[in-house]
Design a protein around this ligand. Structure first.
Ligand SMILES: [Zn+2]
Length: 105
């Protein structure tokens, strides 16, 4: 069994070809230390409602950490939250913000 990666990127981006290309982001280590070092840059702590999330960030509804992607997130994207081992799917919440919900296989 292979470990799921924090970002389960699709093998190809073919189904995105009709859409605006996704913005890419360079992630920096924010000091989050609850996952192995190579995955630290994919998470950061959330500072509460005043903490505005970037287009490549979404809040994990389970552990309330901000998950970060190297590319812009869109509804339908699947993510794996390593700290709480939740499989999440990105949707649109109140006010049009991206919001992750737990996804069950
Ligand atoms: Zn989580």
């Amino acid at each position: 069994m292979t470990e799921p990666r924090p970002e389960e990127s699709r093998e190809t981006d073919q189904d995105d070809s009709q859409e605006r290309p996704r913005q890419r982001f360079v992630l920096e280590d924010t000091g989050f230390d609850e996952v192995p070092k190579k995955y630290r840059r994919f998470y950061r702590r959330w500072d509460g409602p005043s903490d505005i999330l970037a287009p490549n960030e979404v809040l994990c509804p389970v552990c309330r950490l901000v998950m970060r992607s190297t590319r812009e997130l869109r509804p339908g994207d699947r993510l794996y939250c390593m700290p709480c081992m939740s499989r999440l799917i990105v949707g649109v919440g109140d006010g049009g913000r991206l919001e992750a919900t737990v996804h069950y296989e």
